[in-house]
Write a protein that binds this ligand. Sequence first.
Ligand SMILES: C[S@@+](CC[C@H](N)C(=O)[O-])C[C@H]1O[C@@H](n2cnc3c(N)ncnc32)[C@H](O)[C@@H]1O
Length: 280
Amino acid sequence: MSLLSLPKRLIQRLGNLYAREIGRREYLAQEFLGINERSVEYRFAFEHLTQACPRTVLDVGTGRTALPHLMRSCGFLVTAMDNIKDYWPSAMVNRHYHVLDDDILKPKISGPFDFLTCISTLEHIRDHARAMRNMLSLLKPGGRLVVTFPYNEKTYVENVYALPGSIGADKYPFMTQVFSRRGVEKDERARAIEEIEVEKLRQDQEDETRIIWSSARNKIKEILELVKDPIFFERNGDDDEGGGGRTSRATTEWTRTGRWHARRDSNPQPADPKSAALSN
Ligand SMILES: C[S@@+](CC[C@H](N)C(=O)[O-])C[C@H]1O[C@@H](n2cnc3c(N)ncnc32)[C@H](O)[C@@H]1O
């Protein structure tokens, strides 16, 4: 062991101890203050990441978040940047990832990147059009830019903290805009991406319905198995309804119209009141 390596190892140890202690204290001091919009924004970003499968990603306006770290955990080559000095009153430290101190209005960083994320940042930039232009210029042709921000279909708000009754007026040194549809008209490519999204949602909904139907069918099957007299359950059985008559082995079917169908099998026996009740 060299003499020089001793302080390095000691510093490393102390650093680890410090990080562990900070983590422990934050863990113990947690307080539930409600759920914010990040889960929706991150879900949206990750959905696009999984669709586009980029190699290089730039996160603009990282702040203190673990987003670049998470994306790196997924294998993407991630760069994070933030205009640290203008937004944070005291120096901001991101403990999860190395963040370049860079302003998207005059970026020093050069691309191109396959993919850009800009989560809840654009609304704090007065010259948002310039920020958008610069982000697009850092993108490879055919690359994807995911931007999330507060949105109101009809009304653009220049700064929500200036609205009457806002609780943020004296609290925040920065502005927060709410964008509206005006100015976010979509080009052909954006529309195509949106169509893929809608189709995906439709498929998800179909899958969900299928799962619900299947679990309902299994549940009903279980219930029917509890009934003493066995009843056969067939989703795709014949639809010809038996009725009245004497039936103990009824074949039943739960249809999408929500009705039970019962039909006699080839070996009719005296009817069981329980299965008769279910078949109505
Ligand atoms: C709401 S915070 C952090 C949002 C973060 N992306 C998240 O997922 O929670 C917005 C961030 O944008 C950064 N920001 C503001 N103006 C910027 C600029 N011109 N260039 C780069 N970052 C900027 C701020 O420093 C701040 O960290």
